[in-house]
Write a protein that binds this ligand. Structure first.
Ligand code: NAP
Length: 507
């Protein structure tokens, strides 16, 4: 591997920083989490923003029956890289997989690879994380918090470091409803929590987790909060940016409209509503959901590395990568998703799509029996009798579990300050290549975006882009009739029950 990085990297960058392209030219970049949704987007944009990047190192862990070479090939063969490969085939040769695992000491990187990084990396994007909200405390702390400390150890060794960007979450302080672009400390110190989690004493870990969950909604957001504090403790050494995205959804435009690559959280909700499996949700319908397209987040991250290098003070700079568009509420989102699911139905829909939003747990549990559990039970019997694999109950249970885990986020709404993001936008507007990054969502058309998002789910997750619209619509019409029959029968049964009870009580 031959990577040519200029000696005096920082001053070189300051001189050539009147364009994003110039900033990234001749740099070596390390990206963790490049196999994930956001990481793939960052990698694609980096390849497009600057063809003169010296090298992009991506940390990849081997997985069951898959070497990192196989994982790398699969990643780079993803159709989202087709357009950049078509224009500049050689850009792919600048991407180098490095075997590593952020949950292991020294990031699981070999000494030889570590030396390559130390010599050649100028800019770091630490994106890797476990995004499971209910991960056991010691797991979340190891992958999200301790791993960030390991990344910082590596950054301290880099010979020509320019800046480091850590991707956190807008909900790292979810216990506060108005979030400024600053680091909030916790009564639980990062080092204390890490020590307890590493002690292996399960009883102490469980006790600590109970205490933490009295204040924070889950182990994920808490572990990201501690990671931010670790970054902040190192802010004297080099420019550090912390980017805090809110809920990341499908792309608006780049690499193509509607692109989405994982089925976490909201994408799963949209998909299950579309399939007719999710029929009620535990959210307050008038609450706002802070949703941001992945390409907007990617652009903020790419620009944050530039902005924090040029406008550095000795504090870490936080960027609340949240939506500044007119807010959208849960009921509006639900209406668009349901309408879209009816107008352009997915394949193999199992029920006529609808979704009732319920604000409290008790009503949700009761409604869940009638809208999720009983229908799933009968549908699975039907599937079994017709020789197919019963799976509705399993999916329904999985959905219910997810609803419980994300409940907190459908019951509250947050206000995010964006002074640093606003300053960055102002300065990016002065750059000669400002048009390559879109950094605000003022004129966001939510309806159009969610329709694109739903189409993206069908195309990239369900791979249904070549489906027969006619067949899907015929099936939907049939399900609509069944839905009406069930609805009328339910009303009849309810009225009959009331009448019988009334008759029994009055006679
Ligand atoms: N998605 C959102 O709505 C959202 C919102 C706010 C913030 N964020 C933040 O954005 C970042 C990316 O999220 P995402 O949605 O792209 O999640 P994702 O699709 O699950 O990607 C997670 C990435 O982290 C990697 N990773 C996990 N554990 C690792 C380990 N032990 N060693 C090395 N790599 C590891 C994964 O690698 P494998 O492929 O090997 O599993 C994957 O590349 C995270 O930091 C998350 O906290 C996400």
């Amino acid at each position: 591997m031959k990577v040519k990085i200029k000696e005096n990297a920082v001053s070189e960058k300051l001189n050539r920083a009147n364009s994003i392209e110039g900033f990234y030219a001749n740099t070596g970049i390390l990206v963790t989490g490049a196999t994930g949704f956001l990481g793939k987007g960052i990698l694609e944009k980096l390849m497009r923003v600057s063809l003169n990047i010296a090298a992009i190192f991506i940390l990849v862990r081997p997985k069951k029956n898959q070497t990192i070479e196989q994982r790398f090939k699969k990643l780079i063969d993803d159709p989202i890289y087709d357009s950049i490969k078509a224009i500049h085939p050689s850009v792919v040769n600048k991407v180098y997989p490095i075997e590593g695992d952020v949950s292991q000491s020294n990031l699981g990187i070999s000494a030889a690879d570590r030396n390559i990084l130390i010599e050649n990396v100028n800019i770091v994007f630490h994106v890797a994380a476990t995004v499971k909200f209910n991960e056991p405390l010691n797991v979340a702390i190891n992958i999200n918090t301790k791993a960030t400390a390991r990344i910082m150890e590596l950054c301290m060794e880099l010979k020509h470091v320019i800046s480091v960007v850590y991707v956190s979450t807008a909900y790292s302080n979810a216990n506060i409803l108005e979030i400024e672009e600053k680091i909030y400390t916790t009564s639980f110190k990062p080092s204390t929590v890490i020590n307890i989690c590493e002690s292996g004493d399960q009883k102490s870990i469980d006790l600590l987790e109970d205490e933490i969950l009295k204040i924070y909604p889950n182990t994920y957001t808490f572990s990201k909060n501690l990671a931010e504090q670790i970054m902040s403790n190192n802010s004297n050494n080099f420019p550090i940016a912390i980017v805090r995205p809110s809920v990341i959804g499908a792309s608006l435009k780049e690499p193509c409209p509607g692109w989405v690559s994982n089925t976490h959280g909201l994408t799963n909700v949209f998909m299950l509503i579309g399939k007719g499996i999710a029929r009620t949700m535990l959210v307050k319908k008038s609450k706002r959901l802070n949703l941001v397209p992945v390409d907007y987040v990617v652009n903020i991250i790419i620009c944050a590395a530039w902005h924090v290098t040029l406008h550095r003070n000795n504090d870490v700079k936080v960027y609340n990568s949240t939506s500044n568009a007119h807010p959208i509420k849960w009921n509006q989102i639900r209406d668009i998703v349901v309408q879209c699911s009816r107008e352009t139905p997915m394949n193999n829909v199992i029920w006529f799509p609808f979704c009732i939003l319920i604000p409290n747990q008790c009503s949700y549990n009761i409604l869940g029996i009638f809208l999720h559990i009983l229908p799933a039970f009968f549908m699975d019997i039907f599937l079994k009798l017709s020789g197919r694999k019963p799976m509705i109950m399993k999916t329904s249970k999985m959905f219910n579990q997810m609803v419980r885990v994300v409940k907190f986020f459908g019951q509250h709404e947050w206000t995010f300050h964006q002074e640093n993001v606003t300053d960055m936008i102002k300065r990016v507007k002065l750059l000669k290549d400002r048009d390559i990054v879109k950094l605000d969502l003022w004129n966001m058309d939510w309806k159009k975006y969610i329709i694109t998002y739903m189409a993206g789910i069908e195309k990239f997750i369900l791979k249904e882009d070549s489906k027969s619209i006619d067949a899907a619509q015929k099936r939907l019409l049939f399900l609509y009739r069944i839905h009406q029959i069930v609805l009328m029968s339910s009303v009849f049964v309810a009225l009959a029950t009331i009448y019988i009870i009334y008759y029994a009580l009055t006679v």
